[in-house]
Ligand binder design. Sequence first.
Ligand code: IMP
Ligand code: MG
Length: 180
Amino acid sequence: MFEDLERVLFDEATILRRLDEIAAQISADYQSQELTVIAVLNGSLIFMADLLRRIPLPLKLDCLSVASYRGGTRSSGEVVFKQLALPDVAGRHILILDDILDSGVTLAAISEKLRTEKPLSVKVCVLLRKRKIRLRRVEADYIGFDIEDEFVVGYGLDYMEQYRNLRCVGVLRTDLVASA
Ligand code: IMP
Ligand code: MG
């Protein structure tokens, strides 16, 4: 797996140090508020597990499953919600967790959908944010790292469902990426 990387962007220690900082910020911002974290499956799983254990607040956790990628490296532009029931968000402060803000299509669709359920607030936390022009305008409130517009894997992020269990985040060798 590791040998499929062109280069490592963030090793495990670097990621965890950054999570300490974001968790401290989130803990301060949501003190004495009714917080519900909504993790976007599957990409945010590893990030979520490490981040939430650093936040000593009473919070609820729910997950949303969406599909916006069709196996390749580019978004299909269409977001499909894979479950019928949405998490119970009415009257609560919502923090959406996702692995990466790329085109913005996924997070825009999720925030829109959740807002129809009348939450008190909706914020977004991502591990990675790509520097690029997005298809949809989405602001992330908490960001682990800004990266260039390259296809990355590891620490939850996949290429065709592989590499999620890599401990680091790295750029995948271009010869392994089928041109989409
Ligand atoms: P969007 O283009 O912002 O809608 O990104 C949606 C999803 O695409 C993310 O949650 C990731 O699962 C996936 N994605 C976007 N860029 C990358 C990448 O560089 N590596 C792996 N997955 C990615
Ligand atoms: Mg993916």
